[in-house]
Write a protein that binds this ligand. Structure first.
Ligand SMILES: NC(=O)c1ccc[n+]([C@@H]2O[C@H](COP(=O)([O-])OP(=O)(O)OC[C@H]3O[C@@H](n4cnc5c(N)ncnc54)[C@H](O)[C@@H]3O)[C@@H](O)[C@H]2O)c1
Length: 396
């Protein structure tokens, strides 16, 4: 970061100017950075970038050209980069940036294979460049509330975590573009589930060591109305009127990922966990329950105004629970979490401060989801999850 004077806004790049690229704007809004360059192979995306981030930004068709560009002092033209390109491109882009000494915010999932995730960690360790993975759910109010309840000891020692994920907008979000292709996402248990597998690990205080998966393509594969949507981005085709799910049209030409999936996990600290994901429910939210040695918690809703209830006396059915806590923040989605996540990234690359997110945890979410997806596709065979290289883990 030698070319920026201390205290002046960081010069930031955005690699991949699609639906998610708006996250970089939080750094501008907070006054900590300015977007000075973007890279995207799509000319339409590069044009969009000028509207989104302001005229005058430098645009490149490849992240390599952006890395090679020099400022007046002969240094890099950027101090850090957001990688918001499709999942299968994360590894190559992140590794090139890290090796060039440019700190990186990589969107989740870190990568679509374990080898790629490990290669990114190795590049960060070898280069000493800061790597941050955008697991924004660690900053979601409902998640931090559940974690606080657990850490206060209200349910005793955690023994089980179960998460049901109703992905109500699944048809629009994941079956009309690259997300629907194994070659680009691996599968939705990784693409979408990486969030929750990471949260399950965080709430449980351990990492999966053994998984069994089950699932399939049970609905969207029956829809024959297909279209290559690469000429537009997700908000353009989103409609709540697309209901019931079989009435969806213009799905991606290739759909070879599961639309329903389940995984059972045994963690290295003896906690048992499960995660279920369905992409055609009418409603869109996540429901967690965590069971401890002295109680159970469960969330009802997951945005502002939702509640988390705790049961810690014996009873039969008691919908009210023994205690109820309100979720404050994340109105209509995860904007607050995004802002907190970007703030944390900026602090991390500026002064190396501690983070709630963790690159090692992000890698372990990939490792778990990849193993679970392999299990789904191989007769639900139990699969051991490889542990991270301990030396690399100490360096990232
Ligand atoms: N943390 C979250 O809550 C969250 C939410 C949404 C998306 N995401 C993540 O953000 C990433 C992007 O998702 P999206 O929905 O914005 O996708 P998108 O398809 O809308 O946009 C991707 C953009 O990347 C560009 N691109 C493709 N290959 C590239 C390459 N090699 N180099 C540079 N740009 C390239 C595309 O042209 C497109 O403009 C994904 O990894 C996704 O998982 C995270």
């Amino acid at each position: 970061m030698s070319s920026t004077e201390a205290g002046s806004p960081l010069r930031l790049a955005v690699i991949g100017v699609g639906a998610r690229s708006y996250i970089a704007s939080h750094a501008v809004d907070s006054g900590s950075g300015t977007i000075v360059a973007v890279a995207d192979p799509s000319s339409a995306a590069r044009e969009r970038a000028a509207e989104q981030f302001g005229a005058g930004i430098a645009t490149f068709a490849s992240h390599r050209d952006l890395i090679d560009a020099r400022d007046a002092q002969g240094g890099s033209i950027v101090d850090a980069a957001f990688v918001t390109s499709p999942d299968h491109t994360h590894a190559e882009i992140a590794i090139d940036l890290l090796r060039a000494g440019i700190p990186v915010y990589v969107e989740k999932p870190l990568a679509i294979s374990l080898d790629d995730a490990d290669a990114i960690l190795a590049a960060a360790a070898e280069s000493g460049t800061r790597l941050y993975v955008g697991h924004n759910m660690r900053h979601m109010a409902v998640v931090t509330l559940m974690r606080d309840i657990i850490q206060r000891g209200e349910i005793g020692e955690v023994k089980a975590v179960w998460c049901r994920h109703f992905v109500g907008n699944g048809g629009d979000y994941y079956f009309k573009d690259w997300h629907a292709e194994r070659a680009k996402s691996n599968g939705l248990l990784l693409q979408k589930g990486a969030h929750d597998i990471d949260i399950i690990h965080w709430l449980a205080g351990g990492y999966s060591e053994l998984v069994t998966g089950m699932g399939g393509l049970s609905l969207y594969g029956d829809i024959t109305d297909r279209r290559d949507n690469s000429d537009r981005t997700m908000p353009e085709w989103f409609s709540l009127d697309a209901w019931p799910p079989l009435s969806q049209t213009e799905l991606n030409p290739v759909i070879d990922v599961e639309d329903i999936s389940m995984v059972s996990m045994r963690l290295d600290n003896g906690v048992y966990a499960s995660y279920q994901q369905c992409h055609y429910t009418p409603d869109y939210w996540r429901n967690y329950t965590v069971i401890g040695t002295e109680g159970r918690l469960e969330n009802f809703g997951d945005t502002d105004g939702a509640v988390v209830r705790v049961w810690n006396t014996r009873t039969t059915y008691d919908p009210a629970g023994d205690a109820e806590y309100r979720v404050n923040g994340d109105e209509r989605g995860h904007r607050d979490a995004d802002r907190l996540t970007v703030d944390e990234f900026i602090r991390f690359i500026t002064d190396g401060s501690e983070t709630e997110t963790s690159a090692v945890a992000a890698r372990n979410a990939v490792a778990t989801a990849v193993a679970a997806t392999e299990s789904i596709r191989d007769g639900s065979r139990p699969i051991a999850v490889p542990a991270v290289d301990e030396h690399v883990a100490t360096l990232v």
